[in-house]
Design a protein around this ligand. Structure first.
Ligand code: UD1
Ligand code: CA
Length: 457
């Protein structure tokens, strides 16, 4: 049986942030979400997150994960103290107990699996993940005998200059035998520079404790400040983009593109420069996104192009052409073979197949049929200052340039709306509707010279 505890109670002072450190985001997920996701690979029976600073915020942010339990550490007296708080919650538990630092977000699931395997196969009291770090500054140094058995872990600030030369560092990722750890947790002392209870001191009381080096030191980079956050972002982005390239996605100038790892792409998708794909976005085969586009929480069908546009919380079906300069948002749905672009905004609008809105429009709270031509400058006036209202437009209808459709209003099928009309009443099928003042021509008319007032001189 496996239980997992994630240390997430610290403030993260070096972030200089009001937000608890573990809630800072990295490519679409918070640090703590990332760590939890990684931990899920070992199918833990229990998942405990130790919270303290900003406890409510952390709990809210994980409310979508019902299997996660929270353990309060009201005072942050160190990583050992944090794990002590777990004891009453794991009464009667027996088995492997994984501890992960909430600020080490780049760990690969496979690494955690190997750590657990090594731990169980060797019957260790504890197994700790280590790395040979090019720049070990800030990390605890791990000292071993010739058989990878740990003799001591010394925090950077507690190291002698000679100890500081050791580049083998503690990742902050441990596997303990719970029964044995429980015996020694109460014995931890605070005789160190920070006067804290260090979890790393538990190794002094346990035996055998084995160290396992991770292959790629980047996996265990801890986030303590914004510089490290940016470095982690770069590493993660490279990982994400390279794995999509291996899966058949083309990136033109990948350095200028960001992709959250919650995004799903298909083979033969082409991502052009300056494009950002975020959240629960799915892009189907053959689509070309960018240059200069942002797609967030949206589904893009096959062979769609999106050029210099923003699509959020929306759906675009196959073969449609979006942009340049379209904004599709708020649960809009664009059918197949549509054309939306040149300064067009869609908000909560459903458009049927082969419908075009090609120039300068706002379509909000609208249901629009198939093969509709939305003329340049057509606006749905959906807001009366208090409420939003619906507009409906039937199949094959054409709205003239600069039409204003004052909602609530329903326009039938095969209607032609004359340019410049302001439509305030429902329109039946199969008709021409003209709703504007007639043009008046006054023959032989010239502007009159203004009469001067003699008194004013
Ligand atoms: C810790 C390790 C260090 C290791 C490094 C790896 C200790 C004593 N040191 O140092 O050996 O190289 O991680 O990144 O464990 N936390 C709590 N409650 C507390 C204190 C901390 O929950 O009372 C949490 C923090 O929120 C954070 C994690 O524990 O997620 C690590 O704390 P941090 O202060 O960043 O430890 P480091 O100094 O980085
Ligand atoms: Ca840290």
């Amino acid at each position: 049986m496996v239980a997992v505890a994630i240390l997430a109670a610290g403030r993260g002072t070096r972030m200089k942030s009001r937000l608890p450190k573990v809630l800072h985001h990295l490519s679409g997920q918070s640090l703590v979400e990332r760590v939890l996701q990684c931990a899920s690979v070992v199918q833990p029976k229990r998942q405990l997150v130790i919270v303290g600073y900003g406890s409510e915020l952390v709990q809210q942010s994980l409310a979508h994960l019902p299997e996660v339990e929270f353990v309060e550490q009201t005072e942050q007296l160190g990583t050992g103290h944090a794990v002590q708080q777990v004891m009453p919650h794991l009464q009667g538990f027996s088995g492997s107990f994984l501890v992960l630092n909430g600020d080490v977000p780049l760990l690969r699931p496979q690494t955690l699996i190997s750590l657990l395997q090594t731990h169980q196969e060797n019957g260790n009291a504890a197994t700790i993940l280590t790395a040979q770090m090019p720049d070990a500054k800030g990390y605890g140094r791990v000292f071993c005998d010739g058989h990878n058995l740990v003799t001591q872990i010394v925090e950077d600030r507690d190291c002698t200059p000679a100890q500081r030369q050791n580049r083998r560092v503690n990742a902050g990722i441990y596997c303990f035998d719970w029964d044995q750890l429980m015996q020694v947790l109460p014995q931890l002392q605070t005789n160190n520079e920070q006067k804290e209870y260090y979890l790393t001191d538990a190794v002094n009381y346990l035996s055998p404790v084995m160290a396992v080096d991770v292959d790629d030191y980047q996996e265990i980079l801890g986030i303590n400040d914004r510089k490290q956050l940016a470095t982690a972002h770069d590493i993660l982005q490279t990982r994400i983009k390279e794995s999509w390239m291996m899966a058949g996605v083309t990136f033109i100038d990948p350095d200028s593109v960001t992709v959250d790892d919650t995004v799903t792409l298909s083979p033969d998708v082409v991502i052009e420069p300056q494009t950002h794909l975020r959240g629960q976005t799915v892009i189907e085969a053959g689509s070309r996104i960018g240059p200069g586009s942002l797609i967030e929480n949206s589904q893009i069908g096959e062979n769609v192009t999106v050029l210099f546009s923003v699509v959020s919380d929306s759906v675009v079906q196959a073969n449609s052409r979006i942009g340049p300069y379209a904004h599709i948002r708020g649960h809009a749905e664009v059918g197949q073979n549509c054309r939306i672009g040149n300064f067009v905004e869609l908000k909560k609008a459903q458009l049927g197949d082969r419908t075009n809105a090609a120039h300068l429009s706002y379509l909000g709270d609208a249901t629009i049929g198939t093969q509709v031509n939305v003329g340049a400058g057509t606006i749905t006036a959906n807001y009366d200052g208090f409420k939003k209202h619906q507009t409906q437009i039937g199949d094959r209808t054409k709205t003239g340039s600069n039409s204003v459709l004052v909602a609530p209003v329903k326009i039938g099928q095969d209607v032609t709306i004359a340019a410049g009309s302001t439509i305030t009443e429902d329109v039946p099928d199969n008709c021409l509707v003209v709703a504007r003042a007639r043009q008046v021509i006054k023959p032989d008319w010239r502007p009159q010279a203004q009469q001067t007032n003699p008194e004013q001189g």
